[in-house]
Design a protein around this ligand. Structure first.
Ligand code: PGA
Length: 239
């Protein structure tokens, strides 16, 4: 595991963008799993700018998202799919992107989970999984207690997670579709981003204490190629 220590949120966003951009530029990845939430926002702004100004043919990269609230279709303004579209895909300036976004409003959610896994398999697996981390240790929406071998599945959101959903969501989602921990562990490389002191205790527990299903991110300790890009505040309880 390697750790890139950043001075603040902005530095983290820039360095994460540089990391992903270099992976794409050097042809080291052809499929990338993407997070949403507050943490990666600046990374997307920087990365979209870098890709737009480059000669790289981004249409050769397959993108999937990590998770989605159950009940929200891709065009719902509060869906993660919409957020990714707005913050990243629409800013790259290419039309024919290979993207698979989970549909939280699918009639058959089990089928939607299977189809996400099948799409990933057809893409040759995930080369780079970019992750945030919840304050309770969740990665994607794998909440505490999730076995480390799960595939894409429906997750009951933890109270710590639903408490952070803004009240503008009406009703507040209580479930999500999420890539499983097993699916994430099969990614060839993992980049985990974290910012702010509220993440410091969970970063310590996830990476400096023995792995436990009660801290889902601790599953990454067994992964051979994890990079953490985090700011000083998020790392302040880590050696
Ligand atoms: P955040 O969420 O980036 O909004 O802090 C991280 C996560 O829940 O994975």
């Amino acid at each position: 595991m390697s750790v890139i220590r950043c001075s603040d949120y902005s530095d983290m966003g820039r360095r994460a963008a540089d990391y992903v951009f270099d992976m794409i530029r050097c042809n080291r990845v052809s499929s990338v799993a993407l997070p949403t939430g507050k943490t990666p926002r600046l990374m997307y702004a920087f990365l979209a700018g870098q890709l737009r100004c480059s000669e790289i043919d981004i249409t050769r990269i397959s993108f999937v998202n990590l998770d989605e609230y159950v009940g929200l279709a891709n065009d719902h303004p509060q869906s993660f799919a919409y957020e990714l579209q707005k913050q990243f895909f629409s800013k790259i300036g290419m039309k024919q992107l290979a993207v698979r976004l989970l549909n939280g409003a699918a009639q058959d959610l089990s089928l939607e989970c299977r189809q996400h896994e099948e799409w990933i398999a057809r893409a040759g697996g995930i080369d780079l999984a970019v992750l945030g981390i919840g304050s309770n240790g969740h990665i994607a929406f794998n909440e505490p207690g999730t076995p480390f071998n799960t595939r894409t599945h429906i997750s009951d959101l933890a109270v710590a997670t639903t408490d952070r959903i803004p009240s503008s969501y009406a009703p507040k989602p209580s479930r999500a579709i999420t890539l499983g921990i097993g699916t994430i562990l099969e990614a060839r490389m993992v980049l985990l981003m974290a910012s702010g002191e509220e993440k410091a205790p969970i970063i310590r527990r996830a990476f400096h204490e023995p792995p436990s299903v009660f801290v889902p991110a601790s599953a990454l300790q067994s992964h051979p190629c994890v990079t953490i890009i985090a700011d000083r505040s998020a790392l302040r309880e880590s050696r």
